[in-house]
Design a protein around this ligand. Structure first.
Ligand code: IMP
Length: 190
């Protein structure tokens, strides 16, 4: 089965490619010469995933799935949450985002956090969503060079190393995105 992933984010494409079982083939927006920015202006992670899937479906008239992810820190009232990409400003700078989060957390007792991914699948008149969460904690400093975004400061539950220090294959088994993808794959396999 061929399935279009409605994202311009190369990191997400690489991860998702490595999660697909045989029999599934990922298509990218480049195959449709689609280079527009995809709007994500909703106040929730779910809302953004749905907005992205609808936008690409309506433009290309092709079944597709989109995803949105946020890092949620309960002791900071859920920050950065839906604003994870632009936490430190409009330039989507991962280093500045991590710096801001570490600074804000320096006076907090709890460093518990979780990633949440929502995948929205749009085909015909149907829309389905799939949620994946990965619990963990925020490290005191950034470490590791794998992955992207907040990976250097996120230590998943059951591990002592950040996602960026763990192997890609471990992240791709236990991550928020992996959990949401496994639900999507189960749905598509029905
Ligand atoms: P978006 O889903 O592309 O809007 O991403 C929101 C923010 O979370 C961006 O800053 C991403 O870099 C970050 N992000 C998304 N997925 C991950 C992940 O798997 N690990 C670390 N950071 C992520």
């Amino acid at each position: 089965m061929k399935i279009l992933f409605a994202t311009q984010n190369q990191n997400k494409i690489e991860e998702v490619k490595n999660m697909l079982p045989s029999g599934f083939e990922l298509m990218g927006l480049n195959q449709f010469n689609f280079t527009d920015d995809i709007p994500e202006t909703q106040p929730t992670i779910e809302g953004n995933a749905i907005q992205k899937a609808n936008f690409v479906f309506n433009t290309l008239k092709t079944p597709c799935f989109a995803e949105d992810t946020g890092l949620i820190v309960p002791s900071l009232n859920g920050e950065p949450g839906v604003y994870s990409a632009r936490y430190a400003g409009p330039y989507r700078d991962p280093l500045k985002n991590m710096e801001k989060l570490l600074k804000k957390l320096s006076s907090e007792k709890s460093r518990e956090a979780y990633f949440e991914t929502v995948i929205a699948l749009k085909y015909g008149h149907k829309l389905e969503t799939f949620v994946g969460r990965c619990k963990g904690r925020i490290a005191h400093e950034a470490k590791g060079s794998n992955g992207f975004g907040y990976d250097p400061i996120f230590i998943p539950e059951g591990y002592d190393l950040s996602f960026a220090s763990l192997s890609k294959s471990i992240k791709n088994k236990i991550s928020h995105r992996a959990i949401a993808m496994s639900k999507l794959i189960a749905y598509l396999s029905e």
